[in-house]
Design a protein around this ligand. Sequence first.
Ligand code: UDX
Ligand code: ADP
Length: 463
Amino acid sequence: MSITKICCIGAGYVGGPTMAVIAQKCPHIQVTVVDLNEERIAAWNDENVDNIPIYEPGLSDIVAEARGRNLFFSTNVEKAIDEAQIIFISVNTPTKTYGKGKGMAADLKYIELCARQIARIAKDNKIVVEKSTLPVRTAEAIKSILDNTGNGVQFQILSNPEFLAEGTAVTDLLNPDRILIGGDTSVEGQKAIQSLVDVYANWVPADKILTTNVWSSELSKLTANAFLAQRISSVNAMSELCEKTGADVNEVARAIGMDSRIGPKFLKASVGFGGSCFQKDILNLVYIAKSYGLNEVADYWEQVIIMNDHQKRRFSNKMVQTLYNTVADKKIAFLGWAFKKDTNDTRESAAIYIADDLINEQAQIAVYDPKVSSRKVLADLDYLETRTSEKNSANVTSFSSPYEACASAHAIAVLTEWDEFIAYDWQKIYDGMQKPAFVFDGRNILNRVALESIGFIYQGIGS
Ligand code: UDX
Ligand code: ADP
């Protein structure tokens, strides 16, 4: 089937950039991205492309090129479903906060709502593509809903997991390591796979497009994220040992990364990984393993999360200890709130947990992040429900200048690896701070020797 109309349900960090790139690379396909969130859609349609709701390097240029030509953002979910031949489901699948599987399983209520809506509206055969990260065998559940509540039309369900990383979404989409498409082994299933392969083939070389069965595709996504997160927890575990022994984790990472079997990527010790995927996907993997009675498998992967939680807690404990065992009423400046550089996403950011610990110790926190609003910072803390929002706003203030955030602070915590931090006038920052002035570099990005020569007391991770 030649595809001319695609719809994507969910205009978030995955759906937005992915559809923008498909539209840019396939001008013959009309791509409509729909979302229930009117504010978000309005922002995607903002005349000034710099106001689109997601910050990703290069994204606004692509939106500017394709929007209104063959890329549309709309709240009219029904119309888009009705017209499309391929429907991507790209809604959020957070970890469940209630009931069975609470804190572990993925909450599929948004996915189920989408499936029911598609079933109700579709009047002709459709290909439904799972784009959100989903637990293995979700496709089966979607298929069952579609086949049993629909209007008798045929649905093919494909799994097409997204491997883009935030902050590099556009380059990851333009030059993916691979595109993975899982589908049914039947003739119809294979035809559906081919339709989606043909879309990607507009810019991705054929040898990078892998096709598998649905379950392999779904499980590959969880496995990829578990392996990546495991590397970070492994190097973070070594960072604690380095601090005790006098080894330097940056040197250790460099030495092991040159082993071609290990490779250099994802070996940066840090205050802990964040983001919407790693923790959620591993918890999901753990839940699936447990549900099959595979307790050793579950425990093995759960340790990656335990290590990550430990790393965050260890960082805040070290700050308190170093600051003479009390941070009460001390001003602590946070450079960075996003979970990594070049994104305005803060989901599961280590900064949230470090702030939470330090507020418990009665610290006054001053946040500067080039892309995160003060409203978001407070919303992230309120979401933890550890204290009232009045208390959070009494202890946390955001600044639009890093120099103001650091003025008269006792210590600085670097929590996101934004490039601009490196270029600051650190002498000026030092001059404005309480003495002794401390820097806790949770990302090991600053120049230790230079900071120490100014007079800072510098503590990195794992050295
Ligand atoms: C991840 C996967 O990389 C991506 O393929 C998948 O589709 C979604 O999940 P993302 O969460 O956007 O992407 O970012 P990623 O670059 O993987 O970083 C995740 C976290 O790990 C960040 O907090 C980052 O700062 C941290 N990290 C990464 C480290 O602490 N050290 C490293 O060496 C690498
Ligand atoms: P991700 O990182 O997976 O893209 P986001 O939370 O950024 O997650 O985006 C998911 C989007 O899906 C949100 O904007 C949300 O409003 C939207 N959404 C959730 N359920 C539905 C639904 N049934 N119909 C349309 N949009 C939905």
